[in-house]
Each structure stands twice: as structure tokens, then as C-alpha cells.
Design a binder for this molecule. Structure first.
Ligand code: SAM
Length: 252
């Protein structure tokens, strides 16, 4: 880990936007912002893991008041340096537990970031925290990949996803605990530099149960931001859980 900023310290923050260029393309950002702006309506939006503002900044430009939570000061410094960077309020802290003032019509956690919480308890806490920030009728939105266990041959735990002369990258799965890690070896002048980032993979049905524990119920599930149907071939999902209007706060 880099420093107190977690896995998104200064060196990662410095290259995050370039490394995520595909995710910053208008074809990706615009449908995401359309979807979230529709749910925000006239209310406020809360982004968990706001990062460098990939989604928060364009959503704020649409006129939606946006607040973010992130543990990485380095990522947030990048957000602040961008045009409109001061228009997004940010609280530094762990998004599984950090509370901010006021209520929101939508809270969202995109780009697989729920998996950065590496225990089931932290993921459950995150749902409870999101729910606590929602006004009745408000929604919590998650975008996350489907675990790629179907790529694992019997007896193997490793799925390579990039192999080139300069980079070897592979995921390692522990199907007993749902722990996984993404691992990178960057090769320069014949020497490798190794980095490993831990995650916890999580299935849609388990997320639905976490939502239920937090007093939320599933409203929509799509394959992507433009309403593609979610099927057994989908590689990711965009799910929306709603806080019921008449049933108050957290569930059991
Ligand atoms: C993959 S980046 C996504 C950033 C942004 N949402 C986007 O879509 O580009 C994950 C972000 O979540 C933050 N993060 C990860 N775990 C966190 C936690 N437990 N509490 C607060 N922030 C966290 C990281 O610092 C990083 O900025």
C-alpha cells in the first residue's frame, strides 16, 4: 500500500485518469451521468469513493449538488485541481462508515469500488451507511462486475487478464472466502515491479441481501447504464435499491 491514502496514494492518483482513460470517455461517462441525474431529480447526490471526480464533476455540471466521500487525499487533490473542482464537497474518510450532513436522493458507488471493501461486514456497513444518507424514496446505485469464476478451470485460482512484454496482470481468487486480488508485474529493462491490490468479490444476490439488511429493496437491475437487460451472460450490473417511502430507516 502506498501510504495513508490506501491503494490510491500519490503515485496512483498521478496516473489514475490516464490509466482509466477508457472510463473517462464521453461514451461511458455521459450515460452514467444521465442515469444518476434522472435518479437525483431535484435532490442531492452522494458519491462513495468520489476519486478524481470522473462522475461527480459532470454530474455537478448538470446542476445536481454532489458531495463525495473518499479516503484518499491524493485522489481528491486531483479532483480539486480540475475545472469545477470546488463545486463538489468532499469528506475524507471510509465510505463504509463516514457520515455527512443532510440527506440525498441518490447515493452511488461505481467502477467496482464496492469490492475495495475486503470483508463482508464492511460491505454490509456500506449499505447501512448509504441507506442512512437517503431520503425516503431515495436510491443507492452500485456498478460492479460479475465475479469471473467461470474462467477458472478446476483446480486453478488464477485468471490472467493482460500479458505483454511490459506487463503481466492476473486476478487470484479464493472461492472459500470470496477474497480476490488483482496483481500486476510491470517489466522494465528486464526487471519486474510487483503490486497486489486486495478485493472482495460479491454476487448480485448477496448485494440484495445486504440491501435488505439496510432496509432497502431492489428497484432496477441492468447490464449497463443504458438499460441493457441483465442476463446470465452479463459481465457486470448496475443495480438500484430504493429506500421505502413509508417504512422509515434501517431494517433488522
Ligand atoms: C476505482 S476508484 C473510483 C473513483 C471514482 N468513483 C471513479 O469512478 O473514477 C476507487 C476510489 O475509492 C476510494 N476508496 C476505496 N476504498 C475506500 C474506502 N473504504 N473509503 C473511502 N474511499 C475508498 C479510493 O481512494 C478511490 O478514490
Amino acid at each position: 500500500m502506498d501510504d495513508e491514502d490506501g491503494y490510491f496514494g500519490k503515485s496512483v492518483a498521478a496516473t489514475y485518469d490516464d490509466a482509466s482513460a477508457g472510463m473517462l470517455a464521453p461514451g461511458v461517462v455521459d450515460p452514467t451521468v444521465d442515469f444518476l441525474a434522472r435518479l437525483a431529480g431535484r435532490g442531492r447526490a452522494l458519491e462513495l469513493g468520489v476519486g478524481t471526480g470522473r462522475i461527480a464533476l459532470p454530474l455537478a455540471r448538470r446542476g445536481v449538488p454532489v458531495h463525495g466521500i473518499d479516503m484518499s487525499r491524493a485522489m481528491v487533490a486531483r479532483l480539486r485541481d480540475k475545472p469545477g473542482g470546488d463545486d463538489v464537497g468532499v469528506t475524507i474518510g471510509d465510505f463504509a462508515t463516514t457520515r455527512v450532513d443532510g440527506t440525498f436522493s441518490v447515493a452511488y458507488l461505481v467502477f467496482n469500488t464496492i469490492m475495495n471493501l475486503t470483508t463482508q461486514q464492511a460491505q454490509v456497513d456500506c449499505f447501512r451507511n448509504a441507506a442512512a444518507h437517503l431520503e425516503p424514496g431515495g436510491c443507492f446505485v452500485i456498478e460492479v462486475g460479475i465475479p469471473e469464476l467461470r474462467k477458472l478451470p478446476p483446480g486453478q485460482r488464477v485468471v490472467p487478464f493482460h500479458v505483454s512484454p511490459t506487463r503481466w496482470a492476473f486476478d487470484v481468487y479464493d472461492v472459500a472466502t470470496q477474497a480476490m486480488s488483482s496483481n500486476y508485474v510491470d517489466v522494465a529493462e528486464g526487471r519486474g515491479n510487483y503490486q497486489s491490490i486486495p478485493f472482495r468479490y460479491v454476487w448480485p444476490a448477496e448485494l440484495d441481501l445486504m440491501a435488505q439488511l439496510a432496509g432497502l429493496r431492489l428497484r432496477e437491475r441492468w447490464e449497463g447504464w443504458t438499460g441493457e437487460p441483465f442476463t446470465n451472460e452479463s459481465h457486470r450490473h448496475v443495480s438500484v435499491w430504493e429506500k421505502p417511502v413509508n417504512e422509515g430507516g434501517e431494517g433488522g
